[in-house]
Design a protein around this ligand. Structure first.
Ligand code: NAD
Length: 595
């Protein structure tokens, strides 16, 4: 096997000479051709590996087994001839459209969602180009399978449905050798890492190493929704143990069977990981995902200025919630400063959303104190108020001078919020009395049960619309089907950070941002809201349809990169037309010619 260095033309020339000696020139020219095509398709990073691998390929069988290069029956006659594929494929060359048709037919035939998930993951393992083509072309049908809610079910069953590892697992046993582990990843140029320690997977709690389904799913969406090439991304699970008794007792659990690292041991472990990332993948963005509440805030504060890092649960969710509120105001009228937000759940998502709301209100001229007065919290004990002695940290910022009320219906009656934002991870908290009270108090109540997966939603779309006679402005973290009420079709929007993180990531990569700032999430929220059309609003949806997600993500990417340029945080030269430049960077799943 030859070692080929990327930027190194000399190496290519050297290999060419060596190969000439071996009288395999034509084969090499094929490879150079391939490399050129890949380069042109912004796949340069993979060139090294692919060229090296192709040099070692004895026959077409290896090509069929390579998920990046495989085209299945779409290999052309010439490719079959020259790459040793004759006989390994049925005679008729198929188009990608035909392959997509077959894939979707098979997908729909699967008896349940987890089988559909396994089918898609299998396709991802076999033929990435076709996988992404299908996901992009059928995004509304595929998203609930590769993402919430089905990915939640997949994580719950991960050890039992596990077939093939994806991403890098770094366990508590790997102290002292993390750079080595990261270097085992087959790609060198990584631009986006999604990392979890599995402590709070969706609203499902501590799933330990089984949480790997989340980084894998999120990164698939980076590719599908923003066009970041899959070779540039890396899912990572920090396996620091689990407190989940069922997993500790499950013989098929894939992670370390030990209690979670805590305190200094945990911090040192994460620190070593971050240092290793900076050493091995210095150009990468790091997205923290589904960490437990305390660690999530701490890690974000510790690392957000040291590297280009953000926490999707805190910051991404905030932007999607704020965008939904901006759209809701177009529907109901009124100003942001006239709203009263009641966050049900006072964790990562709730506090992230409130802080961004405060930033948005401050931009409208309110003082931070006045802005915080518009935001109220209910946690597992009841209304967050000054008189409580059990509050600490962030909650204190929102502990207003008010009587303590325990029950949510009574809180709603007393406070009269205009918007109810569910980020508790607790199913059914928005009961009929809560929803009816919101309907009584507001002409157009804003009801956002954002908890995931569907089984943890604070209420269903049906419940919200029926209790409010269809007046609710609704968005949920996981998708709900349209509801017909009194002959009118109401389309519940999916208030999920998938509208935000792919675009933010693309923007950061495009400009080579050194840091991620809150301002970037504020512009991301505004841009997303701007992408909502009058037609979307007409159906009751406060977000654009998922079918437009690539356009939306590109717009968000441009807005985020613009902030980076304005604030001196970009490391790449600013292009004249940022949006066009960003669009030109996007990966489009199409088969390349290899001959
Ligand atoms: P977290 O653990 O940080 O916070 C959960 C909060 O809910 C805690 O403050 C807890 O006290 C509170 N809570 C628990 N039971 C409650 C009850 N009965 N009444 C009121 N509050 C209660 O978790 P998080 O990261 O904030 O996530 C919470 C939920 O939001 C999860 O289900 C998650 O999937 C969802 N989420 C959705 C999105 C999205 O894009 N839609 C993004 C991130 C998180």
């Amino acid at each position: 096997m030859y070692k080929v260095s990327l930027e190194d033309d000399d190496t290519v020339i050297r290999i060419k000479r060596e190969l000439m000696d071996q009288a395999t020139v034509s084969r090499f020219l094929d490879l150079v051709n391939l490399a050129a095509v890949l380069e042109q398709s912004r796949f340069a990073e993979a060139k090294e590996k692919i060229v090296a691998r192709m040099l070692g390929i004895p026959n077409g069988a290896a090509l069929l087994r390579d998920p990046v290069l495989n085209k299945d029956a779409a290999f052309t006659e010439a490719e079959r001839e020259q790459l040793g594929l004759r006989g390994l494929l049925p005679a008729r060359v198929q188009t990608m459209e035909e392959q997509v048709m077959r894939t979707v037919e098979n997908f729909r035939r699967k008896p349940n969602d987890i089988e559909k998930y396994l089918f898609l993951i299998g396709l991802q393992d076999r033929n990435k180009t076709l996988f992404y083509r299908v996901v992009i072309d059928y995004i509304e049908e595929m998203m609930p399978i590769i993402y919430t809610p089905t990915v939640g079910q997949a994580c719950l069953e991960y050890g039992h449905i596990f077939r093939r590892p994806r991403g890098i697992f770094i366990s508590a046993k790997d102290r002292g050798r993390m750079p080595e582990l990261l270097r085992n990843w087959p790609y060198r140029d990584i631009r986006i890492i999604v990392v979890t320690d599995g402590e709070r997977i969706l609203g499902l709690g501590d799933l330990g190493a089984d949480g790997m389904g989340i980084p894998v799913g999120k990164l698939a969406l980076y590719t599908a929704c923003a066009g970041i090439h899959h070779s540039l991304s890396l899912p990572v699970t920090l396996d620091v143990g689990t407190e989940n008794e069922a997993l500790l007792n499950d013989p098929l659990y894939i992670g370390l069977k030990q209690r979670r690292l805590r305190g200094a041991a945990y911090d040192d472990f994460v620190e070593e990981f971050i240092v290793a990332v900076a050493e091995v993948f210095p150009r990468t963005v790091v997205q923290f995902e589904d960490f437990g509440n305390l660690n999530a805030f701490r890690l974000l504060e510790r690392y957000r200025e040291r590297l280009c890092a953000f926490n999707d649960d805190i910051q991404g969710t905030a932007a999607v919630a704020l965008a939904g509120i901006y759209s809701a105001l177009r529907l109901k009228g009124g100003k942001l400063s006239e709203q009263k937000f009641l966050f049900v759940g006072a964790g990562e998502a709730g506090h992230g959303a409130a802080e961004l709301m405060v930033a948005a209100l401050a931009a409208e001229g309110l003082s931070v104190e006045e802005a915080r007065q518009r935001c109220w919290f209910v946690d597992s004990k009841g209304l967050v108020v000054k008189s409580r002695s059990d509050l600490s940290g962030r909650k204190l910022r929102y502990a207003h001078d008010y009587e303590f009320i325990h029950d949510l219906p009574a809180v709603v009656e007393s406070l009269k919020p205009t918007a109810l934002i569910g980020v508790s991870g607790k199913r059914g908290l928005f009961t009929r009395p809560v929803l009816e009270a919101m309907a009584r108090l507001n002409d157009r109540p804003i009801i956002f049960p954002l908890s995931n997966p569907t089984s943890k939603a604070e209420c269903t779309a049906e419940a919200a619309y029926s209790a409010t006679a269809g007046r609710a402005i609704f968005a949920s973290g996981s998708p709900f089907a349209p509801v017909i009420l009194n002959g009118k079709k109401l389309v519940p929007a999916q208030g999920n950070n998938v509208y935000i993180f792919p675009g933010v990531g693309l923007g950061l990569i495009a400009c080579g941002a050194r840091q991620v700032t809150d301002e970037m999430f504020l512009v991301a929220a505004k841009t997303l809201a701007h992408e909502v059309s009058a037609d979307d609003l007409e159906t009751g949806s406060v977000y654009p349809p998922l079918t437009r997600i690539r356009e939306v993500s590109a717009a968000i990417a441009a807005a985020v990169a613009e902030v980076a340029y304005q604030r001196g945080l970009a490391t790449k030269p600013q292009p004249d037309d940022l949006l066009a430049h960003i669009k030109s960077l996007r990966y489009e799943p199409q088969y390349q010619s290899y001959v």
